[in-house]
Design a protein around this ligand. Structure first.
Ligand code: DGI
Ligand code: FE
Ligand code: FE
Length: 193
């Protein structure tokens, strides 16, 4: 599938501001791939599809998580966490997207997880810093993204955890696992890419 086909499929599912956000993530993911040596085509496809399921009704997202045998703990947490895993399943089964790294970058783009791949980090970070984002802390994260991918992703995850704590929102374990994984590995950056 090429860029134009992928964009056409996604635009039908997520028109308007959400599609503009997606274009921002695509542009940022390509820029980060060039900087950190990831496969640009893979980053582009993952970015285009990352919010594919964002506007699906909650009941459909729930059914998809169950049918997909995705992590059922998700169902105990906020429905905002369901669109990544649901999209990964639909893309694999209905749109024949087979690359597991691309699917995981989409699956984990909201929570992160321990030991994220280079592509997973790039999509997580691109989603956080794309030009349309303007929440507190984003500028600092953009600065870190210019020369340290791991520090930038750690910052984005830390900010998200702080934001959720302030709201007294539940925090999914993968989000903490992502945070711990970056903090525990901070002295061995070579193993983190
Ligand atoms: O889909 P987007 O809006 O582009 O971005 P996203 O997929 O990163 O979703 C962001 C939302 O998800 C944001 O409101 C914070 C929330 N979120 C991220 N991690 C967690 C979480 N919400 C809960 N309850 N628990 C988490 O661990
Ligand atoms: Fe999302
Ligand atoms: Fe997004």
């Amino acid at each position: 599938m090429d860029r134009e086909q992928a964009l056409e499929i996604v635009e039908k599912k997520i028109k308007g501001p959400r599609f503009q956000h997606t274009l921002g993530v695509v542009e940022t993911a390509i820029m980060l791939s060039e900087k950190y040596g990831a496969d640009k085509e893979q980053a582009e496809i993952a970015a285009i599809f990352h919010d594919y399921a964002k506007l699906m009704p909650i009941s459909e997202l729930r059914d998809t998580i169950i049918e997909a045998k995705e992590d059922e703990r998700l169902l105990l947490y906020h429905p905002e966490l369901w669109h990544g895993p649901a999209a990964a399943y639909i893309l694999k089964n209905k749109l024949s997207l087979e690359n597991e790294d691309i699917l995981n970058a989409i699956r984990f783009h909201t929570t992160g997880r321990a030991n994220m791949s280079l592509l997973e980090k790039i999509i997580y970070l691109a989603d956080y810093i794309e030009p349309g984002r303007n929440f507190p802390g984003v500028e600092e994260t953009r600065e870190l993204a210019k020369n340290d991918l791991n520090q930038a992703v750690l910052k984005a995850i830390s900010n998200t955890i702080s934001f959720l704590l302030a709201k007294k929102a539940a925090i999914f374990p993968d989000t903490f696992d992502a945070y711990n994984s970056f903090v525990l590995n901070k002295d061995s950056k070579t193993t983190l890419t």
